[in-house]
Design a protein. Sequence first.
Length: 273
Amino acid sequence: MLLNLIHVFIIVFYCFSVLGYFYDFIQNNQKVNRWSFWLLSIVWILQVTFIILRMLEFDRLPLMTIFEGLFFYSWLLVTFSLVINHLFRVDFLVFFLNVIGFALMAISIFAPAGDISPQLAELLIFELLVIHVVVVLLSYGSFTLSVSFSIMYIVQHQMLKQKKWGKRLGRFDNLTKLERSSFIFTIIGFPLMLTGLILGIVYTWITFDSVPWFDPKVVTSFLVLLVYGGYLFQRVVRGVRGYNLALFNAGAFLVLLINYFLSNAFSDFHLWY
């Protein structure tokens, strides 16, 4: 049970670290970068603890199963990331390394093998399935906050355009802050959605030996990721701002609603949320 608990903490801290590095990748925020570095350091300590405990428990080097090999590979990537981040400050490389490392960590955790008991493996997979659901729902919540700010932007923009002055207009924040708040919550939601999809795909692959790529839920989930990726591309790369970007965000949220409600009605396997 101790190893199981360590696994859960590793995936949670690793998830938040990747989220922080993604935010820094988009916003160039050194404070968030430092927090992500310390979270990644905690992940490294937990991984080392797990390796030592497993070595003591089975009296051998924990490198003999696929599970152990993937876990050790993920630990190496975390180690490289910490060294690079400390010595060379190549932040973008650290971000991409940790996306790969997190994917490997997810695979290793969802595919326990070898000396792990079937009961522990079943419990671990269930707990990580819960994490998958929670992470995706958190992304939905973040996207909902994002579109709320965009709707406020659209309403205020129309009121200003029609010169409807009054107390109601004063209850809105200024357009710049509304647009920026919408953007920040999209930055938070996107990596959460990506993380949730990675966990969901690996779980489905391990549990059912295949992934139903053409299932409506799977297709629309990737469509949501693609649309919000388009929003970030428009905002960060092309420098689009203002009313049109707010409309784009509102349209992206409609795709999210289709993903949540309509695809669930037609999905053959996705019954968790």
